[in-house]
Design a protein around this ligand. Structure first.
Ligand code: 5GP
Ligand code: ZN
Length: 135
């Protein structure tokens, strides 16, 4: 897609530190890493986010994301990794071409876990009921 930075990186029109590429998937290093070795894995097909992307494409990307994440962990001697994707500005999405973050985790990386909240059992049940109506 014209004017999409990740389409341009995937096509080699903008330079990146590529880790992996096949006919459907590309992976490269994040320019502003959250941790040492932070990489992005995405489809070459342009789609704004996970909801807009066909399931078979997501499957191709996730298969490679898992493989690449394990390789990053081994290569960089990390202690684990987080794989995530953002949908929408409210979730922190800034580039609107689906991508999965692979964030290597180190025991002392200083990254804070998401803050958890307490909930009433009744509230949880109500929320579950609301969600089930939309499945
Ligand atoms: P989002 O906030 O959309 O989930 O993640 C976008 C990610 O893309 C960010 O982590 C950001 O650092 C990365 N990023 C943005 N522009 C570029 C770029 O031009 N090159 C590379 N390699 N990463 C980028
Ligand atoms: Zn794109």
């Amino acid at each position: 897609m014209k004017d999409c930075i990740f389409c341009k990186i995937a096509a080699g029109e903008i330079p990146s530190d590529k880790i992996y590429e096949d006919d459907k998937v590309v992976a490269f290093m994040d320019i502003r890493p959250v941790s040492r070795g932070h990489a992005l894995v995405l489809p070459k097909l342009h789609a704004a986010d996970i909801v807009e992307t066909p399931d078979d494409v997501i499957a191709d990307v996730m298969k490679q994301a898992k493989r690449i994440a394990v390789s990053i962990q081994h290569a960089l001697n990390a202690d684990g990794f987080t794989i995530s994707t953002n949908r929408g500005e409210a979730a922190g999405q800034t580039v609107f071409h689906l991508h999965f973050h692979i964030i290597p985790r180190y025991r002392k990386d200083g990254l804070k876990p998401w803050p958890h909240q307490e909930t009433e059992p009744r509230t949880r049940t109500q929320l579950a009921e609301e969600i089930k109506k939309h499945l």
